[in-house]
Design a protein around this ligand. Structure first.
Ligand SMILES: *Cc1c(COP(=O)(O)O)cnc(C)c1O
Length: 400
């Protein structure tokens, strides 16, 4: 976690119905809008990311609505579960784990009565990036009046997203991923079209009533007791991101994305030299890289050994992918030197414990170093990566 955010949390000793909190809340909501990169109003919820996903479904649908779920992993499947819990009829377009959706299949599944399309920007369980812009364009070109809802919980801050220009209706973010603070906050940027839809939709909502939150937010309030300390942490994190670009938060976000892309490219270059394979070689996300261990090796062995020998945290596969892959995070506070450290640790584990022939210590590191050097050369020196961060000994784990 970002040290500045940790300090902000410790110091956040304020009541939420005070002028001090109102000032903080309004400031953070304004910063979030810049961070998301949209003119739309942003609603902040004290909940995990799934709460914001639920809020989107509860507020934008009525029982019996046809919704289109685009899924290629565990988080996509969550949309189907949510749609069914709220009595919608989900049409599901899926792609195998490790791949993205074919646009033709999406086009074929889109119906004239599709009310909402639900997707991820990046599927964290498989390390895949979906083409949000292409789906948005498809909806526009077919004249569909379906709303496009995008779970960008690991997309924001790791990949370029332009909600307003592309015509995304709801963009969802969370606190524990690229903004480097603990779990417990989620936010949604909501288009005017989507606000309008909420006037007629009939599904029940109470805590997650977005219109209620929007109304009170304009006065610097939240409807219920908010996670005050987390909101202070979020403000500090967004300040930190802005400070990477002399106070320009939008530019700071671009640097954060650039940083994740560099780390991810380094990781991808290192993987073959470890005798391993990428799980999503064709459409890799920059948020996480999913790696398949050498033939016959349980990925849990690698996860455990990294943790016990080096204090390095990588995530195992989720659900049935457990044992078959592990995921290395590139979000937020991770920088290229952290990535080299992870690769170095992986080399040690490979050398000591894995049945890989033709493996040389240093090959994976060298491949990653070359990518780092190349990308530093292309990008102006001052914007190649966030300014030096204190060595993070405990990288945040990603996913669950
Ligand atoms: C982490 C994550 C979520 C949110 O999960 P919570 O555990 O509810 O915070 C949702 N979607 C994606 C793609 C994620 O990576």
């Amino acid at each position: 976690m970002l040290p500045a955010a940790q300090f902000a949390m410790a110091a956040a000793d304020l009541h939420h119905r005070t002028p001090e909190f109102r000032a903080l809340y309004q400031r953070v909501l304004g910063q979030l809008r810049t961070f998301v990169g949209s003119q739309n109003d942003v609603v902040l919820l004290t909940s995990s990311g799934t709460g914001a996903m639920e809020a989107a479904v509860a507020n934008l649908t009525s029982p019996g609505d046809r919704v289109l779920v685009l899924t290629a992993g565990k988080f996509g499947e969550r949309w189907t579960g949510l749609a069914m819990a709220f009595g919608c009829q989900p049409d599901v377009v899926s792609a195998p784990y490790g791949q993205t959706l074919s646009l033709e299949t999406v086009r074929a599944a889109l119906r004239s009565d599709t009310r909402v399309v639900l997707m991820q920007a990046t599927e964290t369980s498989t390390g895949v990036r979906h083409d949000v812009q292409a789906v948005a364009e498809l909806l526009r070109s077919t004249g569909s009046d379906a709303l496009l809802v995008v779970d960008a919980i690991t997309g924001l801050g790791t990949t370029h997203l332009d909600m307003d220009a592309w015509g995304v209706d709801v963009l969802i973010g969370g606190s524990q991923k690229a903004v480097m603070i603990p779990p417990g906050l989620a936010y949604l940027a909501v288009s005017e079209r989507a606000w309008k839809r909420m006037e007629t939709t009939k599904n029940p909502r109470y805590y997650f009533d977005l219109r209620k939150e929007r109304k009170v937010a304009s006065k610097g309030e939240s409807a219920y007791t908010p996670g005050v300390a987390l909101i202070a942490a979020l403000g500090a994190a967004l300040d930190y991101i802005a400070a990477q670009a002399d106070g320009d938060l939008a530019k700071g976000r671009a640097l954060l994305v650039e940083n994740a892309e560099t780390c991810a490219a380094m990781m991808r270059a290192a993987v073959p030299a470890l005798g391993m394979r990428l799980f999503a070689p064709d459409v890799p996300a920059s948020a996480v890289t999913a790696v398949m261990p050498p033939e016959g090796v349980d990925s849990g062995v690698i996860v455990k050994e990294l943790k016990s020998r080096f204090g390095t945290i990588v995530a195992n596969g989720q659900g049935e992918m457990k044992g078959h892959l592990f995921r290395v995070a590139h979000l937020g506070f991770f920088d290229p030197l952290d990535t080299l450290a992870v690769i170095g640790a992986l080399e040690q584990v490979t050398a000591s414990s894995l049945p890989v022939s033709k493996f040389e210590l240093g090959d994976a590191l060298a491949a990653a170093q070359r990518v780092f050097a190349d990308r530093s050369r292309i990008v102006d020196k001052s914007v190649s990566a966030p300014s030096p961060t204190p060595a993070s000994t405990e990288p945040v784990a990603v996913g669950r």
